[in-house]
Design a protein around this ligand. Structure first.
Ligand SMILES: *Cc1c(COP(=O)(O)O)cnc(C)c1O
Length: 395
């Protein structure tokens, strides 16, 4: 039995949303590591398979632990329905490919997570889906690109790695006028700080690998939106292509969600302090933090995101050698391309997460070799500031 969660406040939804107790009355959610399900009779098996009777038939189709997570995520996002997948890319690729057919058109912001960009630039065109990239923060560019019929629009805000803002409500309106579905990759913002569906998006997608697990342990993804869309397009795609989430990973993320609000808010407070410390250092050209008023898209971020987020980007004076020197001088912060972890992590996007883009494509999104991206975790903020300061002093 799932308790009613419609009128619960957020903290209660995060601690209890979706919980289904077994006959043993466990307080912590159970982990159902099972691939299949047994039936009481051949008649029941037939009824389950035909859909005449509700219930589980196979864990590629559904699993009770995954269902608990999906319900908790839907409660957090304020979505009608959620499906969980093996990874964030499992969710995003499914949300993009499942509704598209040859001849359709997709418009995407040019600043995207590397694999999202690869789907748009390389995979979709091979199946006859035309894609166009636009500068995400330029509303006139969106107006031009969405003056033609379009099936789907993909954006990310704040974007990776330079934390640009896309005005979600404005792009939603333009997308809908062009007949398109708006898909928002809300990983950097987290569902705690920004609600894409409330802002007009049709589908929110997540890498739960990041802040939802929040402790760097497992891969998982989520697709959230209207039941009608999910049942028509996403369910058949997931069933027949198979990016099913492991119930073990779903359980880890289910437990992660219980603390996501506390963790994200503390990491945001740390990130704001770290961003201010970096901004005051003489060896940098620029810092980008959505919560700082010197961010070029500060007003848009402020309008749609509650706090500044857990990511900071900064450009060091110099280029690749100087950026590497700063990374190699870090004593506390780890060099890693992951993000949204308890541990603070830093990377050089130009040579790692965005290396597949050529120099021109990187320049297109304002990226060059002087930039470092920092995911701020839950260590003591003063320890983090000291580490960044000593690493920048090394230049
Ligand atoms: C990590 C990430 C993804 C991909 O998620 P995986 O869980 O690694 O597959 C997609 N989008 C953004 C913005 C990400 O940070």
């Amino acid at each position: 039995m799932t308790k009613r969660s419609d009128d619960w406040a957020l903290a209660t939804k995060l601690a209890r949303g979706g919980t289904m107790r077994s006959q043993f009355g466990e307080t912590s959610e159970a982990m159902y590591l099972t691939s299949g399900y047994a039936y009481n009779s051949a008649e029941q098996a037939a009824a389950r398979m035909s859909g005449d009777e509700e219930g589980y038939v196979y864990s590629r189709y559904g699993n009770p632990t995954n269902q608990m997570l999906a319900e908790r995520l839907a409660a957090l996002e304020g979505a009608e329905t959620c499906r969980v997948t093996a990874s964030g890319m499992g969710a995003i690729s499914s949300a993009m490919i499942a509704p598209c057919s040859a001849g359709d058109r997709v418009v995407a912001a040019s600043a995207l997570f590397g694999s999202c960009r690869h789907i748009c630039s390389t995979i979709l065109p091979r199946y006859g889906v035309e894609t166009e990239f636009v500068n995400g923060s330029d509303l006139d560019a969106w107006k031009r690109a969405l003056s033609k019929p379009t099936r789907l629009v993909l954006i990310e805000s704040p974007s990776n790695p330079l934390l640009e803002a896309v005005d979600i409500a404005a792009v939603a309106e333009l997308a809908h006028a062009a007949g398109a579905l708006l898909v928002v990759d809300n990983v950097f913002a987290t569902p705690i700080l920004q609600k894409p569906l409330e802002l007009g998006a049709d589908i929110a997608v997540y890498s739960a690998t990041k802040h939802m697990d929040g402790q760097g342990r497992v891969l998982l993804g989520a697709i959230l939106g209207k039941s009608e869309f999910i049942e028509e397009h996403i369910d058949p795609w997931l069933r027949h292509t198979g990016p099913a989430a492991s119930p073990f990973n779903a359980w880890v993320v289910l437990k992660g969600l219980e603390t996501i609000d506390l963790r994200v808010r503390q990491a945001c407070a740390n990130a704001a302090k770290v961003a201010d410390t970096i901004a005051a250092h003489p060896n940098i050209n620029a810092v980008r933090y959505p919560g700082r008023s010197d961010h070029p898209n500060y007003e848009v971020h402020k309008k749609q995101m509650e706090l500044g987020g857990t990511l900071v980007a900064f450009s060091v004076k110099g280029a690749r050698a100087e950026a590497f020197k700063v990374l190699n001088s870090l004593e506390l912060v780890d060099i890693s391309n992951n993000l949204g972890d308890t541990k603070s992590l830093a990377c050089h996007p130009s040579s790692t997460t965005h290396r597949a883009l050529n120099e021109e494509e990187q320049a297109d999104m304002g990226l060059d070799e002087s930039w470092i991206r920092l995911s701020v975790g839950l260590e003591d903020a003063d320890d983090l500031c000291r580490d960044l300061t000593q690493a920048l002093n090394a230049l």
